[in-house]
Design a protein around this ligand. Sequence first.
Ligand SMILES: Cc1cc2nc3c(=O)[nH]c(=O)nc-3n(C[C@H](O)[C@H](O)[C@H](O)COP(=O)(O)O)c2cc1C
Length: 168
Amino acid sequence: MPASILAGYATHYGSTREVTEAIAEELRKGGLDVDVQPAGKVRTLDSYRAVVLGAPLIMYRWHADARRFLARHRKALARRPVAVFALGPTHVPHDEKEWSDSRAQLDKVLAEYAWLKPVALELFGGRFDPKDLRFPLNWMAGSEPATDIRDWEAVRAWAGKIRPMLAG
Ligand SMILES: Cc1cc2nc3c(=O)[nH]c(=O)nc-3n(C[C@H](O)[C@H](O)[C@H](O)COP(=O)(O)O)c2cc1C
């Protein structure tokens, strides 16, 4: 089995890429060789022994690049440890209903991939900035306040937890 771990991500506005990089950094501290790549650019998993896949929930769905990644690499993923995370909630103050809705969205998405048995699954808070939005989203949500509730401690703790599951 190859030694590297793929940390694949999908993103619209960049926050999931930054979370993926933080996870990769933490895994590397544990001696793992980690390759961070946009999920949509990955052609083969041959050189990876395990995969971390992260993507944001957007409009009640998971980013299309993450869904395409699962479909394209189904066979290879079924034979490797896969850890999955999503970014979703952005509200300040903490909104329990928002978190449970996001969790339900993520569970619904993953139910479409019943063959996928993630070794770990996590939902993280995300970042929202109305300046990133284009029409018509800026028209619908452009007056919402900017927030960034990414919990870097929780992200790093999760990376530490999954490290032995990916290391083999
Ligand atoms: C237009 C838009 C729609 C969103 N829809 C959802 C959603 O349906 N569920 C959810 O949990 N989060 C939703 N979010 C929050 C995003 O998941 C969050 O902003 C995330 O950090 C974005 O990731 P990215 O920067 O990697 O694109 C939405 C955000 C935006 C801007």
